[in-house]
Design a protein around this ligand. Structure first.
Ligand SMILES: [Zn+2]
Length: 163
């Protein structure tokens, strides 16, 4: 697990337009939801961010979003909850709170509780992210920006079936 910062610079003047902090090693599991266009605060050039708002993602991308969160959760539960359960078990044994026969059920209980808590946090954060994105898509500011940016990026991907 590590954090990395992705910085988007203005192609014209080099001003930092946005930065995204990714808190985990999986690039795929980290967020891909965000405004597709951002305006440079100093020269007002529009830049494509490579991201899409939730509303603009197709079903496959939406499924992938949840699938990647699930994969992250599985790995995260082994690393975080498994590690914490192991440490707690050693501590409890050392302190004499549990006997060695109780140590395995104790560790499993810690692991399950930890995984439930972690799942709740991940699901809650993902839903917040989607909701924030929908609110952003519906704001006048982003609509105005999409209209102002010319040429507009192609929001409907399967739009090229003109005979
Ligand atoms: Zn600029």
């Amino acid at each position: 697990m590590h954090s990395e910062i992705e910085i988007l610079l203005c192609p014209r003047c080099g001003t930092e337009i946005s930065h995204t902090i990714r808190h985990n090693g999986f690039k795929a599991a980290s967020t891909s939801i965000g405004p597709p266009i951002l305006k440079c605060p100093s020269c007002e050039t529009f830049s494509l961010t490579g991201q899409k708002e939730w509303d603009q993602q197709n079903s496959l991308q939406k499924i992938w979003f949840w699938l990647s969160r699930l994969l992250w959760l599985i790995v995260g539960s082994f690393v975080i909850c498994g590690g914490a359960a192991g440490v707690l078990k050693m501590l409890a044994l050392h302190q004499g709170w549990i006997t060695s026969q109780q140590s395995i059920p104790f560790a499993i209980t810690c692991y399950v509780i930890g995984t439930v808590l972690l799942s709740a946090v991940v699901i809650r954060n993902s839903l917040t992210e989607i909701n924030d994105s929908i609110v952003r898509s519906q704001s006048d500011e982003s609509r105005a920006m999409w209209t102002a940016a010319n040429p507009l990026p192609n929001f409907q991907e399967s739009d090229s079936k003109v005979e």
